[in-house]
Design a binder for this molecule. Structure first.
Ligand code: 13P
Length: 344
């Protein structure tokens, strides 16, 4: 066990983590890798170019009042170095909006050897040097995503352990240079599995993740957990209701996530924007007074997609798209406080 009294470096980490979790706000994930951003653009007929990606990110970062609901934003290597069309670095736009910058640092998923159908996230090579550079550029936190698929005979213990070990190694390197690690083990919603099966796999995953975080001497007060919500598989004929999802998700987290962790920021994982807000809201309505950690959002698709559908690469639609983006950010900011009223 680490020292109970925190050093000043540890206190800085906990302060950043708490600022990321401030009331009424959440984390905007805008850290899509170029291939992922291009895939989303292709679906809407938007050119898959560096200029189009810049225009989209600039639209997001210049949305008036975004900082009212967004405490922090996860960037990608291309984005953290990018400037807006008027030459101002994106990092300056973020500072102006009062949004804390962070950076995705994993190098994506690869097939896990000897484990058909399972992936492991790579990116530990030279990570210390990369994290040091990002810290010097102004990042205050980082993100690493592991993916766990549910299927016949999977996930395997080998897959859970390999991914959890990498997450813990990453988290240690982050804390060494003063970055708060967002620890993201995503149990995918693809498949015909039930809510109960997702609960069982999520519980097993988080158990191994926190075991590995402990083994690597991670300061739990200085991390943010970014898990999936516990959902029925996308192809399951029986879809669990909002309250069942909310209760099952929080119960799984209560069994696995120590109270020292300051906050849990969910990924949206392919849920509709509205469902993601409604489910987060229900968790806060029903559990806010009993859960030891903040429950908020770190959505990408569930915040960006409705706005991108309006923008479609057309500069004339930029302010309409910004209004939609702000609306989703606001809905989620309300849901984080358990006061979201869906449109009737
Ligand atoms: P989604 O909310 O689209 O699942 O993305 C989450 C994520 O991990 C991106 O950082």
């Amino acid at each position: 066990m680490g020292a109970v009294e925190l050093t000043s470096a540890a206190r800085d980490l906990t302060t950043t983590a708490r600022m990321m979790m401030q009331a009424g706000k959440g984390i905007l994930a805008m850290d899509e890798s170029n291939p992922t951003a291009n895939r989303r653009f292709a679906k809407l007929g938007i050119p898959q170019t560096v200029d189009a990606r810049r225009a989209w990110r600039e639209l997001i970062l210049t949305t008036p009042g975004l900082g009212e609901y967004i405490s922090s934003a996860i960037l990608y290597d291309e984005t953290i170095r990018q400037t807006a069309s008027d030459g101002r670095p994106f990092l300056v736009l973020l500072a102006k909006a009062g949004i804390i910058p962070g950076i995705k640092v994993d190098a994506g998923t690869k097939d896990l050897a000897a484990h058909p159908g399972e992936k492991v996230t790579e990116g530990l090579d030279r990570l210390r040097e990369r994290l040091t550079e990002y810290r010097q550029m102004g990042a205050r936190f980082a993100k690493w995503r592991a993916v766990i698929a549910i299927g016949e005979g999977i996930p395997s213990p080998g897959c859970l352990l390999a991914n959890a070990h990498a997450l813990a190694r990453y988290a240690g390197l982050c804390q060494e240079v003063g970055l708060v690690p967002i620890v993201e083990p995503e149990v995918l919603m693809d498949g015909g599995h039930t809510l109960e099966r997702c609960a069982e796999v999520t519980e097993a995953t988080l158990h191994v993740v926190f075991d590995q975080l402990h083994a690597q001497r991670i300061l739990l007060e200085g991390i943010i957990l970014k898990p999936n919500m516990v959902l029925s598989g996308a192809d399951c004929p029986v879809q669990a209701g909002v309250e069942e999802v909310a209760d099952t998700t929080v119960k799984v987290l209560l069994r696995t996530v120590p109270a020292a962790v300051p906050g849990i920021a969910f990924l949206s994982g392919g849920q509709s924007a509205e469902m993601a807000s409604v489910r987060l809201n229900a968790m806060n309505v029903r559990w806010r007074d009993k859960a030891p950690w903040a429950l908020t959002f770190s959505f990408s698709r569930a915040i960006q997609q409705p706005a991108m559908d309006v923008w479609k690469g057309d500069a004339r639609q930029a302010s309409a798209a910004q209004a939609v983006l702000k609306q989703r950010a606001r809905a989620n900011g309300m849901a984080r406080g358990g006061v979201y009223q869906p449109p009737s």
